[in-house]
Design a protein around this ligand. Structure first.
Ligand SMILES: *Cc1c(COP(=O)(O)O)cnc(C)c1O
Length: 338
């Protein structure tokens, strides 16, 4: 038996329409699911994953959460907040050096009192190894660590997005054609696939963290679906979105667009900048430069390329991330390009 998820996220998160953005783009009908409003220390998608991850940590008698990521990791910030809510310790393996003047998410990690472990790791699986190393240190010091992978992308974490898919279904009068979401670790995408029924397809926009995303999303979706007793056939067609060829419809298809991340993780593209500005100015909706800006740029790209049509309904799953806007380095390009 899996433990009952802990109530860490505000929900149901609002479902809103983006009529002005849709008009500007000439259709399709656009909606946004506001998981930037999940509430835990400024919100974001990791709150839903942490409801399940923390429940498992407590069920296993753990007293310390250990995870890691980049210095501006939203997942680390929210894990630190969840630990505080539950009276647990939190240790974070952070790629990069310790900044003298922390900004953005890193500032919040300090404020939340997480124990920071700077690591020379940069690559995805190096950071995973650093998390395990920190967990070993905690264990050696007599603690009982619960290690959470990068982005919370385990089956347990992805269960948060099975819940989210059900929550969305209850908010909708009729099914959507597409959901568009930023893909980092792939856990959100996988959980949605595992939880959705019907014809709705999910398009993941790869923001460039995980080298084996194409393989991991269907694997994790299948394992998550199995965990909740649902059909678990994903990615059978081996179709791979390249951003230029049309994607065939079909159940269990995996759609991941790798063409939008530009020069690298956290490096905004001109299209990302345009998307952040358009969402802000047409809808008052704040996106971030690492994840949701690129995801929205992908959505806009698909409309302009004629891959979403006027009569479809497309939902943008807002996964949070705004603290990275205040991380420094972004104010110049945000204010310079008009
Ligand atoms: C972690 C994160 C994502 C990616 O979610 P995954 O489940 O890791 O793919 C998207 N947006 C924001 C703001 C995030 O913090």
């Amino acid at each position: 038996m899996r433990p009952t998820p802990l109530p860490l996220a505000h929900g149901p998160t609002p479902l809103e329409s983006l009529d002005r953005l849709s008009d500007w783009l000439g259709g399709p009908r656009l909606l946004v699911k506001r998981d930037d409003q999940t509430g835990l220390a400024l919100g974001g998608n990791k709150a839903r994953k942490l409801e399940h991850l923390c429940a498992e940590a407590l069920a296993q008698g753990c007293d310390t959460l250990v995870t890691g990521g980049g210095p501006q990791s939203n997942h680390c910030r929210m894990t630190a907040a969840a630990a505080n809510r539950l009276g647990l310790e939190c240790h974070l393996a952070l790629a990069g050096t310790v900044a003298e003047q922390p900004t953005g998410n890193l500032l919040l990690d300090h404020l939340l009192g997480a124990r920071l472990h700077p690591t020379a790791a940069r690559e995805y699986y190096e950071i995973e190894a650093s998390i395990e190393a920190v967990a070993d240190e905690v264990r050696a010091a007599g603690g009982r660590p619960y290690a959470i992978p990068v982005g919370g992308a385990s089956v347990t974490g992805a269960l948060g997005y099975v819940d989210a898919a059900r929550e969305l279904t209850a908010q909708l009068a009729e099914p959507l054609d597409w959901i568009v979401v930023a893909d980092g670790s792939g856990g959100t995408h996988a959980g949605l696939l595992a939880g959705l029924d019907g014809p709705t397809r999910v398009l993941g926009i790869d923001v460039g963290t995980r080298p084996d995303l194409d393989k991991r999303v269907p694997e994790l979706a299948a394992a998550t679906a199995t965990a909740v007793g649902r059909p678990a056939a994903f990615g059978g067609s081996r179709h791979r979105c390249q951003g230029d060829t049309p994607c065939p419809p079909g159940d269990g298809e995996i759609h991941i667009d790798h063409t939008r991340f530009g020069a690298g993780y956290g490096k905004p593209t001109p299209e990302c900048l345009e998307a952040i500005r358009a969402a802000a100015r047409l809808e008052g909706l704040i996106l971030d430069p690492v994840y949701t800006g690129k995801a929205m740029a992908g959505l806009i790209g698909w409309i302009r390329e004629g891959r979403f049509t006027e009569h479809q309904s497309v939902l943008f799953w807002h996964t949070g991330g705004a603290p990275a806007l205040f991380a420094g380095g972004f104010s110049e390009w945000l204010t310079s390009a008009t």
